[in-house]
Design a protein around this ligand. Structure first.
Ligand code: KG4
Ligand code: ZN
Length: 340
């Protein structure tokens, strides 16, 4: 009871996420997605996402409160994602959070979406507390980032990120080339089951010796995308969708896991935390788990409902900030779409 009751709002992309936590305990986590509205465009349309947030926010907040068995008057703080993400989408959540905090007279915490993904791990049931330092690999439709976390509330270092497409975006674009529906990640995962991952040797982005000085922990998927497109064009009707899906997936997984474990080795960190929607990928879980074990690295993967974008992780991060004595945000912040 003496732990703060925090409501978190997440609207950085296409998920309207409202989560309520008491300290490190998850009370509710409601997610409304506008994914279906973006399907015919093959990717998230920023204005469509922003409008969907506007419609979903109030009902989602009401649902989250009901599920948690609390009322607005019980809240001790409000937290909101201030970036990175789609500017218009972020603004809808920030506006709602400022209104709520003002009306209730409670502190407001603006938090970083990527650090929120790391905080998701705190809410995993039966999980031992997050240990430091840990390397975190966050892979979704909007980001691909490798971070060194020494302290969630004060010391998170960005080691590298994608130079072009996010990993999930690459899955979505390749699915489109293969004529599979959006979102492409699950479709490719499914098609790959009957394919041969060694059938086609697709390029591993930024893994050549010449790339490793400057871009050791950065990612690039545009070369891979071009290679798949060229292969499909050349093979025409002879192309095997399962083989392409399996070989493409293998290339993405290989480069993600190699770079993450390289960071663990280089910084002497025996812990790797995985997050983001792409973690749903079965091959990624398999390869990461096996190769980490061989390297003496412990892998943590929060439940998928906490890995994809959600409000609970935002609330959890704010609860940690409160526990660490951090002062609330002033109200003079806006949406920072490129927040590092
Ligand atoms: O974190 P998330 O739910 O939300 C945003 O990025 O907004 O991630 C969604 C992304 C999509 O690009 C989707 O294709 C990808 O995660 N994804 C997958 C799988 N399931 C979802 N990618 C690869 N394999 C999967 N099984
Ligand atoms: Zn995310």
């Amino acid at each position: 009871r003496d732990q703060p009751l925090v409501l978190g709002i997440e609207t950085s992309c296409d998920e309207t996420g409202i989560g309520i936590v008491r300290g490190r305990t998850l009370l509710s986590n409601t997610i409304a997605s506008s994914m279906a509205e973006h399907a015919r465009y093959g990717g998230v349309v920023p204005e469509v996402a922003a409008r969907a947030h506007l419609e979903a926010l109030q009902p989602s907040i009401a649902a989250a409160l009901a599920e948690a068995g609390v009322t607005l008057a019980d809240l001790d703080a409000v937290a909101v994602t201030s970036g990175p993400g789609l500017a218009g989408a972020l603004m809808v959540g920030i506006g709602a959070a400022k209104g709520l905090a003002t009306g209730l007279g409670v502190p407001l915490y603006a938090v970083n979406h990527l650090v929120g993904h790391i905080a998701a791990d705190i809410l995993a049931e039966d999980a031992a507390p997050l240990e430091y330092p840990t390397v975190a690999l966050l892979v979704s439709g909007g980001h691909t980032s490798l971070l060194l976390v020494r302290d969630l509330t004060s010391d998170v270092e960005l080691l590298g990120e994608t130079m072009d497409d996010a990993a999930g975006e690459a899955f979505d674009k390749i699915a489109r080339i293969l004529g599979l529906p959006y979102p492409g990640g699950p479709e490719i995962d499914r098609a790959a089951v009957s394919g041969d991952p060694d059938a086609i040797r697709f390029p591993r982005g930024l893994s050549r010796a010449s790339d490793l000085h400057e871009h050791r922990y950065d990612f690039s998927f545009s070369g891979l995308k071009t290679a798949v497109a060229r292969y499909v064009e050349q093979q025409g009707a002879d192309a095997s969708v399962p083989d392409i899906a399996a070989s493409f997936r293998e290339a993405v997984v290989d480069v993600l896991v190699t770079k993450a474990l390289d960071a663990c080795a280089r910084f002497d960190v025996p812990r790797l935390l995985l997050g983001g929607g792409v973690i749903a990928n079965r091959r990624l879980r398999e390869v990461a788990t096996a190769r980490a074990e061989a390297a003496g690295v412990t892998v943590r993967i929060p439940p998928l409902s906490l890995c994809t974008d959600n409000g609970a992780m935002i609330a959890a991060l704010a609860a940690e900030l409160i526990a660490s004595g951090r002062a609330p945000s002033t109200f003079a912040f806006g949406a920072d779409s490129t927040l590092p």
